[in-house]
Design a protein around this ligand. Structure first.
Ligand code: HEM
Length: 208
């Protein structure tokens, strides 16, 4: 796709985001190579687009399980920030997509881990830990504030953790402004799937 975009930009220079991608900061008439752009574009597509999209989806889905909470959020958009945090806890989009290699023998949660062992970090499961959260499988806007691991922790924590929830918050605010009666289509309920990335591929809605 990037190659096709580059060819088109070469033939007919544009003046939007595609032009910025290929020409921004380059000497006049020169275009950036696709190979140079690939790693950052992967980040933009996965982190920048797919994941904030999942954040909107899981929040909408979670709120839909609590119609009274959905109504409050629509009436008072200042609750949306909290609604998104709880959505990301309730159905963490980066569910089990991270791994580490232990550098030394250790014991964690009663489990022996040997140096060199490969470990999957199941953030979605941690966010449903009954020892940390009451009734963890229930979406609850009024849950007492509690840190969760939707964005990971430590050295490799997500660099988009401040940005992505704001994208989701603003997108949902605009959605509810444009279509205040919007709700899930009862005929086609969400069907979230995924081990590494989790979320509904499609959310069918009716305008209400
Ligand atoms: C709701 C949206 C998002 C979720 C749920 C999410 C989740 C995560 C998680 C759990 C990690 C930690 C992975 C690990 O422990 O190895 C991570 C890492 C990362 N995320 Fe995100 N992310 C989101 C949005 C974004 C955005 C918008 C960007 C950038 C534009 C981004 C870029 C990254 C990068 C570069 C890392 C790797 C950091 C490192 O290894 O040092 N993410 N993300």
């Amino acid at each position: 796709m990037l190659t096709r975009l580059r060819d088109a930009e070469l033939r007919t220079p544009s003046d939007g985001p595609v032009a910025t991608l290929f020409r921004g900061g380059m000497p006049d008439g020169e275009l950036r190579d696709v190979e140079y752009l690939l790693p950052s574009q992967l980040l933009v597509f996965l982190g920048g687009l797919q994941e904030p999209g999942h954040a909107c989806g899981v929040t909408f889905h979670g709120l839909s399980t609590r119609p009274e909470q959905m109504a409050r959020v629509k009436d008072d958009p200042s609750l949306l920030g909290r609604a998104v945090v709880e959505g990301l806890r309730w159905m963490s989009p980066l569910y089990g997509g991270a791994s580490r290699t232990a550098v030394t023998d250790t014991t964690l949660g009663g489990q022996q881990i040997r140096g060199g062992d490969h470990i999957w970090l199941i953030y979605g499961s941690a966010n449903a830990d009954e020892g940390e959260f009451d009734d963890p499988l229930t979406y609850d806007l009024d849950r007492a504030r509690h840190p969760n691991l939707a964005f990971g922790l430590g050295r490799h924590a997500c660099i988009g953790s401040a940005y992505a929830p704001q994208v989701a918050r603003i997108a949902l605010e605009e959605l509810f402004r444009a279509a205040p009666g919007i709700r899930l289509d009862p005929q086609r309920p969400p069907d979230p799937v995924g081990w590494m990335f989790r979320g509904s591929r499609e959310l069918h809605t009716v305008r209400g």
